[in-house]
Design a protein around this ligand. Sequence first.
Ligand code: GAR
Length: 197
Amino acid sequence: MRLVVMVSGSGTNLQAIIDALHKGDVDVDIVAVGADKPCVGLERAEAAGIDTFLVPLANYPEREQWNRSLERAIANYNPDRVVFAGFMRIVDAQLVERFAGRIINTHPSLLPSFPGAHAVRDAMNFGVKVTGATVHEVVADVDAGPILAQVAVPVQSEDTEESLHERIKSAERGLLVNALAALSREVNFDLPIEEQS
Ligand code: GAR
């Protein structure tokens, strides 16, 4: 299963996939790691000898152009799946359609609760006693696609946003690796990626 992994930050979920494939725990090939900005995630990919690409939003006068450029950069690698592993940008419906059913995202809450960019903070502010992480298929609406896997994480009274997010990420990494292992056993080769325009 050819994966393009998209990151924006520390890339610990990416690292978990790299470690799992080195251990033989998951049968995937990370053909490239892309990012919207220079970040530790890209450095992790480079350290592992994986191809990288950078498509910074700031380089494009219109968001539409950024989406098309990102779409081409991903399509260049003919991925079976695209993994948003801490990718903090919203992509447009055309990009989602181009890789329909093949993009998966990991999110630090039990969706459909607490979608968006501040899921951990929002869950804490609401006062939930249990939150977690969700691996789901990406659709045009943000954080709304079919759920593939979830893990629950209890909130502790002394938690800060940072401590809770770290505990969620510890659980999330295993969840993502397990979800990819399951998906890699049922790669659908009947869905060819369109020719690049
Ligand atoms: C993860 O918790 C992921 O769910 C979250 O960013 C973190 C990335 O950590 N993504 C989102 O919030 C997307 N809305 P990492 O860079 O260490 O893998």
